[in-house]
Design a protein around this ligand. Structure first.
Ligand code: ADP
Ligand code: MG
Length: 240
């Protein structure tokens, strides 16, 4: 579903992504962990071309990501992204937030888009908040709206970049639960997170990044019980 071949990217002198090779299968849930600054966000952002790459190729569902143009816009719409900051439109209601992209990007008729939005808001447990504005919702509710908004584009892959890091502790689980459900429903997902309980229970594979490289990858059981690299051992000793 997602294939990266020999991807490299620099920010000036910083070689932020180094020879990244990665294949993510349909329905797979990949958790990406690693120290701050290791390139996790940049890797996510390259997958939907929020960042360009210097060399290598990225393909979504068998089609290479072009540099620009309509085909890029179309492929990008197939990759949903949820950020740490919820990035909802503050001056639009919750419902409008989930309707907008469907109409503007996907060209879906307004009444159908509203129906889909209502269903998705129900699915993530915020159906009763549809006519409110984002500022009237808790952080956990806002993040679930952001997930519904991404799902409304009918993506083939969902990228989550630290989706619970900005949340108060009591709201983390309600967001992780929505993500667990999505994983159980077969969504292909890449998740950057510090929630190791989620990684253990929901991931098919854990990727450990350091200094712009994928240093190690394994099943969650194997990775957490027997990390192989010194970098991973050191990282886990600090967070577990
Ligand atoms: P992570 O998400 O693992 O914490 P990032 O992908 O955000 O790491 O960042 C990797 C490195 O790239 C860091 O050193 C960061 O400072 C640098 N970086 C990220 N974005 C930019 C940018 N737009 N311009 C310059 N440097 C950047
Ligand atoms: Mg990051």
């Amino acid at each position: 579903m997602v294939v990266l071949r020999n991807v490299n990217k620099h920010f000036g002198a910083l070689h932020v992504l180094q020879d990244i090779d990665l294949e993510i299968k349909q329905g797979e849930v990949v958790v990406l962990i690693g120290p701050s600054g290791s390139g996790k966000s940049t890797l996510c952002r390259t997958i939907n071309r929020l960042e360009t790459i210097d060399s290598g190729t990225i393909a979504i569902d068998g089609r290479p990501l072009p540099a620009e143009g309509r085909e890029l816009a179309r492929l990008r719409a197939e990759v949903g992204m949820v950020f740490q900051s919820f990035n909802l439109f503050a001056h639009k209601t919750v419902l409008e937030n989930v309707v907008l992209g469907q109409v503007k990007v996907r060209g879906i008729a307004k009444d159908r888009a509203v129906k889909t939005a209502q269903e998705l808001l129900e699915r993530v447990g915020v159906g009763a908040q549809a006519s409110k504005y984002p500022s009237q919702l808790s952080g956990g509710q806002q993040q679930r709206v952001a997930i519904a908004r991404a799902l409304a584009m009918n993506p083939k892959v969902m990228l989550f970049d630290e989706p619970t890091s900005a949340l108060d502790p009591e709201m983390i689980n309600e967001v992780l639960e929505v993500m667990r459900q999505l994983a159980a429903d077969g969504m292909t997902m890449v998740v950057v997170t510090h929630e190791m309980g989620f990684a253990r229970s929901a991931a098919n594979r854990v990727l450990f990044m350091a200094d712009g490289r994928i240093v190690e990858q394994n099943t969650p059981e194997a990775f957490f019980t027997a990390p192989r690299s010194e970098r991973a051992k050191d990282f886990l000793s600090k967070i577990l």
